[in-house]
Design a protein around this ligand. Structure first.
Ligand code: BES
Ligand code: MN
Ligand code: ZN
Length: 502
């Protein structure tokens, strides 16, 4: 699906569907009022009857009339005018685009709220970014394994054109729409990787995907194989990977859009998490194909950053392995020798994410001395318990980095919520026979997992994002799908965009 920006009045632009935002009021205003006059007041009637309340995400459609004859008009509510945010406009993009597919039509135009405030309180750049993001994310579907005609029938929507009135900043709107569509497509790519079964998206496949991206973008990829991991004392990577017939891969992707110390992002890439010998219960275990969601977010973010050409130096690391129980798997009680020289007693083989991340973080710290280290991981069930499905767990040692995550989280809707990382929690990780153990018990599981990781980042400023809570959700929203969501791509790319600006 293409996203464009055109300076034109809704009357003067032809598309199958005109999507018109409507603010909550007694009667339509702005563009909605002008369009409704051509319809002979159908919207006014629907609002007066209470059939359409213009709450954010409400939709009502009519066949066009007057100067809109031959087009469909899809009104989408935005709620009260003074409460419009980027999220409101993402919902307009998502709801509007979905309505076009439902009507089996091909082209859509999104009208401005009014000529004077086309995107409400948002700038042209932020408004167009939000609409484009909503439209691209809202029409995501994963059809690879559908064979029956009805469910695999491709969507019809081809082009979404964001209309801006004359006098608005067209160039800024174009920049915003390009950014939004690029990052949303990368998000959908990450969702695809998570949706594919673990028999398809193996560590090897992740390495191939990284190489394929490097083939068409300004990225360099290095993949460390198991023998190289052994040579580098990556006991976490080797230990977690040793139960599987799928070889682990340590995937390094570099984008050099600027000189200087890079931002390093490490993504947990467990292509399937059975729990290992500490095996998980069967119910819901299929979801653990998504346990590479952190790595998918890092890979997709590298893609977006390279496509956008952001002026920043970034290194992405995917710690890819499959966590399987077998005769060669690690056992509880085994001791691993980690990349940073520490020893870890494995109490629970299901706490595998922190073991692979530890080697990724330590490798990132020692190899690059980054200006900021980020990691992103479907790390703990405790994060789901603590935060539900509406917030990413935020921990770390960089106050600036955490503040950036909070601000970008608000902007993008990928909101974060901080949990403490106090030294007192470290006691839970004391081991009788090794330097530390890999689990701290049930209490404060998200925090003790982060305390574990902290031992591997050295003195580098660090931000940890636990996306176990949001990587997959069993309900869709106005612009996000049910299931795998490509969580973190918008947040990470937004953070890098900020960091590239100063
Ligand atoms: N991948 C899981 C965490 C997870 C759980 C992600 C639910 C998404 C939804 C992780 O590897 C894990 O198994 N963590 C254990 C840690 C425990 C053994 C200390 C957990 O959270 O139960
Ligand atoms: Mn696990
Ligand atoms: Zn896991």
């Amino acid at each position: 699906m293409d996203v464009r920006v055109v300076e034109a009045a809704p009357t003067g632009f032809s598309a199958d569907v005109l999507i018109v935002p409507v603010t909550k009021a007694d009667a339509p205003g702005g563009t909605a009022a002008a369009v409704d006059r051509e319809l002979g007041g159908l919207l006014t009637d629907a609002m007066a009857r209470g059939e359409f309340k213009a709450g954010a995400g409400n939709v009502i459609s009519f066949p066009g009339a007057g100067s809109f004859a031959g087009r469909r008009i899809c009104f989408v509510g935005v709620g009260e005018a003074d409460k419009i945010t980027a999220d409101t406009l993402r919902r307009v993009g998502g709801k509007g685009a979905r309505a076009v597919n439902t009507a089996r039509l091909a082209t859509a135009a999104i009208a401005p709220l009014s000529d004077s405030t086309p995107f409400g309180p948002l700038s042209a750049a932020a408004g167009a970014e939000a609409l484009a993001t909503g439209a691209v994310l809202g029409t995501y579907r994963f059809l690879e394994y559908k064979t029956e005609d009805d469910s695999r029938r491709p969507d019809t929507l081809q082009t979404v054109t964001i209309l801006v009135p004359s006098g608005a900043d067209l160039a800024a709107a174009e920049g915003g729409a390009t950014y939004g569509a690029t990052v949303a497509r990368a998000t959908n790519y990450a969702a695809d990787l998570a949706n594919h079964p673990s028999s398809v998206v193996t560590p090897t496949r992740l390495a191939e995907d990284a190489r394929a991206l490097a083939g068409r973008l300004n990225l360099t990829v290095t993949v460390l194989e198991k023998d190289e991991m052994i040579a580098r004392n990556m006991g976490g990577m080797v230990g977690v990977g040793q139960g599987s017939v799928e070889p682990p891969k340590f995937i390094i992707i570099e984008y050099k859009g600027a000189e200087g110390a890079p931002v390093v992002m490490v993504g947990k890439s467990i292509t399937f998490d059975t729990g290992g010998i500490s095996i998980k219960p069967s119910a819901g275990m299929e979801e653990m194909k998504g346990d590479m969601g952190g790595g998918a977010a890092v890979l997709a973010t590298m893609r977006a950053v390279a496509e956008l050409g952001l002026p920043i130096h970034v290194v992405g690391i995917l710690t890819a392995a499959e966590n399987m129980p077998s005769g060669t798997a690690i056992n509880p009680g085994d001791v691993l020798h980690m990349h940073n020289g520490m020893t870890v007693e494995v109490i629970n083989t299901d706490a595998e994410g922190r073991l692979v991340l530890a080697d990724g973080l330590s490798y990132g710290e020692k190899t690059y001395q980054p200006r900021l280290m980020l990691d992103i991981a479907t790390l703990t069930g405790a994060c789901v318990v603590a935060l539900g499905n509406h917030a990413i767990g935020l921990l770390g040692t960089s106050d600036d980095g955490k503040q950036t995550a909070r601000e970008v989280g608000e902007e993008t809707g990928e909101r974060v919520w901080e949990l403490p990382l106090w030294d007192e929690y470290n006691d839970d990780l004391k081991s009788d026979i090794a330097d530390i153990k890999n689990t701290g018990g049930r209490a404060g599981g998200t925090i003790t997992a982060a305390c574990f990781l902290k031992r591997f980042v050295g003195d580098v400023p660090w931000v940890h994002l636990d996306i176990a809570s949001t990587a997959w959700v069993n309900k869709s929203t106005d612009y996000l799908p049910k299931g795998m969501r490509g969580t973190g791509v918008r947040l990470l790319t937004g953070m890098l965009r900020r960091l590239s600006q100063g």
